[in-house]
Design a protein around this ligand. Structure first.
Ligand code: CP
Ligand code: NVA
Length: 309
């Protein structure tokens, strides 16, 4: 087995293809153990601090339950309830928490906060979503795709919609895993140039391809996986109306998915705005694996914690 002890998990960019595949295999193995009722407590006596600056259903529950299942405990720390919300610096917070805890997760706005926490801490830090990326989500999504398709390399992933954190991590994951990634976003909502650049660099090593286009039909053509996310992410709520206009031709619906492969998987990180980025028919249809993705957040994050903590 690979040794990842002590590493941070801030983005898939920091992990080699071999390390990502190791985490996926471990996630599948931990899922099997859990379903078989096998007790596995590699993190007995350990504690995870979970700092949240934004809302969460899946991330909070899956980390908390995951830590418990691995024999440890988790503390939910809303930013508003800890001194960080009153101006205690991230660096001091990192040092103090490192004296009590064995790992930390942070859900925040600016990605630099995650980097700063990791830099100040002497324990592993996990990115539980920043404006830049959501690596735990992508890991669970590729576990889901692997379970349904039996392989990843060579598959085509199409992302339709906002060029956000979820897109960035999926794109990097596809690059690392040798998948063809194509996304279509309206003008002004493209993925960040820096993310596209680093993903293309990773893609060169695996022979994967990254296409950023405007036309959703072009992106979805022949796709094995069709992915979308909300048009207005957390923190962009006041732009909802403008975004509804800009994204009106970017709904994943029965018309658009005709261009995907016949056996395509529909994926969404959730929460979804039904009837906006995706039609009810598609999200509830036979191609949809949204609740497998949600479940796999638990298994994938247990793999990360068991590996690095
Ligand atoms: N997908 C995801 O991260 O969901 P939550 O915001 O509910 O954690
Ligand atoms: N892009 C969304 C993902 C939520 C899990 C957001 O940042 O709000």
């Amino acid at each position: 087995a690979l040794n990842l002890k002590g590493r941070d998990f801030l983005g898939l960019v920091d992990y080699t293809p071999e390390e990502i595949r190791y985490l996926l295999d471990l996630a599948i193995e931990l899922k099997r153990k859990q379903k078989a009722g096998e007790i596995y407590h590699p993190l007995k006596g350990k504690s995870l601090g979970m700092i949240f600056e934004k809302s969460s259903t899946r991330t909070r529950i899956s980390f908390e339950v995951g830590m418990y299942q691995l024999g440890g405990q988790a503390l939910f720390l809303s930013k508003n309830d800890i001194q960080m919300g009153r101006g205690e610096t991230i660096r001091d917070t990192a040092q103090v928490m490192s004296r009590y805890l064995d790992g930390m997760i942070l859900r925040t706005f600016g990605h630099r906060n995650v980097v700063e926490l990791a830099r100040g801490a002497t324990i592993p830090v996990i990115n539980a979503l920043s404006d830049q990326s959501h690596p735990c989500q992508a890991l669970a999504d590729y576990q889901t795709a692997l379970e349904h398709k039996g392989k990843l390399a060579g598959l085509k992933v199409a992302y339709i919609g906002d060029g956000n954190n979820v897109l960035h991590s999926l794109m990097m994951g596809a690059a690392k895993l040798g998948m063809h990634f194509a996304s279509a976003s309206p003008e002004g909502y493209d993925p960040a140039e820096s993310s596209v650049k680093s993903s293309r660099e990773a893609a060169q090593e695996t022979g994967s391809r990254i296409d950023i286009v405007r036309d959703p039909r072009e992106a979805i053509e022949g796709a094995d996986i069709v992915y979308t996310d909300v048009w207005a992410s957390m923190g962009f709520e006041e732009e909802q109306k403008d975004r509804e206009k800009a994204f009106k031709n970017y709904q994943v619906n029965e018309e658009l998915t005709k261009y995907a492969k016949n056996d395509y998987l529909f994926m969404h990180c959730l929460p979804a705005h039904r009837g906006e980025e995706v039609s009810e028919g598609v999200i509830d249809g036979k191609h949809s694996v949204i609740f497998d993705e949600a479940e796999n957040r638990l298994h994938a994050q247990k793999a990360v914690m068991a590996a690095i903590m």
